[in-house]
Design a protein around this ligand. Sequence first.
Ligand code: C2E
Ligand code: CA
Ligand code: CA
Length: 576
Amino acid sequence: MNTKMQAAFRPSDNLRRILIVEDEIVNQRILARYLEGTYTVIVASDGAQAMEAIHTQCDTISLILLDLNLPDIHGLEILRRLNADPVYAGLPVIVMTADSDAELECLTLGAIDFIPKPYPRQEIVLARVRRIVELSEDRDLLRWTERDQLTGLYNKDFFYRYAAKLDDYHKELKTDALVMDINHFHTINDRFGKSTGDRVLQRIAQQALDLVRSSGGIVCRSEADTFFIYCPHRADYNQILEKMSVSINEDTEPENRVHLRMGVYPDADKGLEIERRFNRARMAADTVRGSFTNAIGVYDHSMYEAELFAEQLIGDFPSALREKQFSVFYQPKFNVRPDTPVLCSAEALARWDHPRMGMVNPGVFIPLFEENGLIQSLDYYVWSQAAAQVRTMKEQGIGLPVSINVSRIDLQDPLLIEKLRGIVEENGLDFGDLILEVTESAYTEDSRQIVERIRKLRDLGFCIEMDDFGSGYSSLNMLSAMPIDVLKLDMQFIRSAFQDQKALHLLEAMIRLAESIEVPCIAEGVETREQAQALKQMGCDIIQGYYFSRPLPAPEYVRFVRERQAVSPGIENCIC
Ligand code: C2E
Ligand code: CA
Ligand code: CA
């Protein structure tokens, strides 16, 4: 950054605040008189007052002028405290002393310069003060790149480096890795606007800083609403989180409260890379995702085993793909609007026939592969298999479409549209032969860009099903503007609706919502005749679930279709 730009970033002199820490009134007066025309002066008469001023105003203090002989805390001790705390270590301190023997120790503790006592002439004091303020502001500009602009906390890279340094200094100290975030943070931005969201993040940053201030440690904002804390081990996180929640929700209506969530990896293994320690804390936090009763997850042995298992699956993935251990099952969907349900399409679902573990459920490996991007190659494989299957069936006179799952990760791929177009064309299909199931969270997660991509796919002629509807937080407004042809209700609704009256009303409301935006509605996970009938009565259009059939391997699926064709020739009336 050039000097002109730096100058533009600087506040004018009289906005800069200088903290004078000095117990003798005469000295206070002299210094204040020297400085007052040029700077704003704050005076602390003892160590306690000084620490209080630093705690509350450190962001706006440009310089500290520190006397060593104070009535309560020794000036050296103040220096030591400032130096030990990453938040304050950057505050420039000029020591005022008549004792030149103390200088070396002061320098080691981070003092930047000295002013002898009795004080020299005003011009000399002013010149020194000005030089140090400027020097440290230059350094701050550099440091700013280490910091998150919104909260002033460290950014993740710097935080990791700092954590490694802390480990070096305190090898024996038990240390905890914590991840903290907010349940459904994006709804706060959606409902109250970005500036409210920003304020919430700043409050959380403040709370996290208070925590490390009292117990040592460091904190950073890793991304969006996620904060990392690395601090000496303690066992009272329940109380801490409770206290933080109270402060953050001060003057907030009950229905608008922010719910914090914390993952703790206690006494983190220092042999592990720092990033992995925080991955563990995040795993722990994920165990309480969406739970309002439990806000803290602690990393434990079962998570360790799950981690090992996950590592094994990830390691096995490339050879599994090469050796075609993945296959595609098809689960039929029925149009229940006619008196007799009519088979209308099927969902392609991945299966992994693992050589040692047997059939592994996609509920286990899909989320894992979403985390590290492997999902893209798996999905490409599944889509290609499904497209080839549709082609074979078409050649045999079966014109049923198949839906494929498109993960939110796939949607971030700029080549997605070309890939899908390629698959359709290579197999000589029409776009309408494939339905794309896109999970609701992919729409709400982030960006216009993703919605645009879905819109383009729809314009090409793909039918778009919004999957797991109700698990995210789409509003009616959002829904009507989204490119959607079918709403597929989250299975959880069906599950709970038949156990509890309130949930049943919710299910009805969801079906009405689909009606109001004029798209057909699919219920999946339907296991019994009663469920199927009730759903039909509520106005649900399509049903998928064990009641009709489990997901079937391709040959069995073809047999299943043929049997239905024999009894019901209207089979190909797909509604979307
Ligand atoms: P999903 O897309 O919501 O798929 C429905 C899941 O419900 C399937 O589980 C299906 O077997 C199961 N299911 C269907 N009917 C019933 C029922 O009546 N009762 C019960 N208990 N379960 C039923 P599956 O095949 O284990 O898949 C789990 C999830 O994995 C899927 O949820 C989907 O999100 C993901 N998935 C599966 N295959 C793929 C794929 O090829 N690509 C991607 N990206 N995701 C996939
Ligand atoms: Ca699906
Ligand atoms: Ca689903």
